[in-house]
Design a protein around this ligand. Sequence first.
Ligand SMILES: *Cc1c(COP(=O)(O)O)cnc(C)c1O
Length: 409
Amino acid sequence: MKLPNDSNSTGRDLGKEEIALLKEVIESGTLNATKGTMVKKLVKEFAEECGVRFAHATTSGTSSLHTAIAAVNPDPGDEIISTPITDMGGITPILYQNAIPIFADTDPVTLNITADTIRPKITKRTKAIIVVHLFGKPAEMDPIMDLAREHKIPVIEDCCQAYFATYKGKNVGTIGDIGCFSLQQGKHMTTGEGGIIITKDAALERRIRLFIDKAWGYGDPNPDHYFLALNYRMTDLQGAVALAQLRKVRGVVKRRQDTAKLLTERLRGTPGITLPESTKDSEHVFWKYALIVDTDLFGVGVTEISKVLKEKDIFSVPRYIQKPAFMCKVLKDKVTYGKSHCPYDCSSRKGEKEVVYDTAEYPGTMKALEQVLVLPWNEFYTTEHVDYIAKNIKEVTESFLNKKKQGVR
Ligand SMILES: *Cc1c(COP(=O)(O)O)cnc(C)c1O
């Protein structure tokens, strides 16, 4: 059975609505957002949908995160706490603003960072906390916000995988100070590439707006280029597609949740696997469907299980990422600006403890990566698709279990 796939039309809800708005933009002859209408409509509707005052469009999730970091304005050598299990696009912007990524350990089952893992990483140089709602499952925000408020540290929520996921009834992205979204091909809504950034805070909004557009003070009485900034503007072509996508995304989320719930029902009670679920407090939006596999029980790793599933046309990503972010070359060897290792070795770090990333501090992360098996999820999955996935997961895990038992005897 061939499953719908988000890399092409089998698994993307793109059609006449997108084409109609795109046609309007092309026929208008105005393709940029400065003079166009689509990005303006997009950000207005997005902000309304989230229930915040401000939204701005950018070129990617990465540039949204870069903008968020620039908005909190770290000094060189300041520290920003994040998670070692995420897209590198959420981490490298920290270094681009000359701040240092510091990692909190993740929970081995949700793969999200928690107040308890963040707390020991806070220092007097901590300038922000980036919370990723991984796979669409909201992080435990109340304790994180309490901790952040106690230390007066702003919280940036990375919602690239978590469109309209809710925590205690609130949309993620609206709980912290800034929310960041990606419109890359594989996200809940897409323009191929693109991003959105939201906030309730007028002062942060001003810095966000300026950073996206070379920090030129449009509309000010004496405009200038006020500070170091880039051009991260979305085009109105993307704006048109994103606007049509926004009007569909609630449906996309609902369909993903419904079929995910069905898979959870089908798999409940299967020995050796822990299922991703919504709880009373946090509603999962299933960017991916991540299983936690008891690899000791099966006597094989997630890579082997993934291989056997692939023979049945069920694609999955064992480990999600090969290694935690801090083990990637860019961070491990501090490959940054020229030969400098800045900001790690800058004068602004004089007298500070050297930043060393030590896997021993990340038992939750190491365990999570060893045990997670990530199934792609899609709004076009049907009951038949779900039944097929469930049947094969049960058969494959059962056969590994039997082999292990026979081996032991
Ligand atoms: C996709 C993603 C990003 C980066 O978004 P791009 O649009 O690819 O730059 C950042 N963080 C998370 C959690 C993501 O899933």
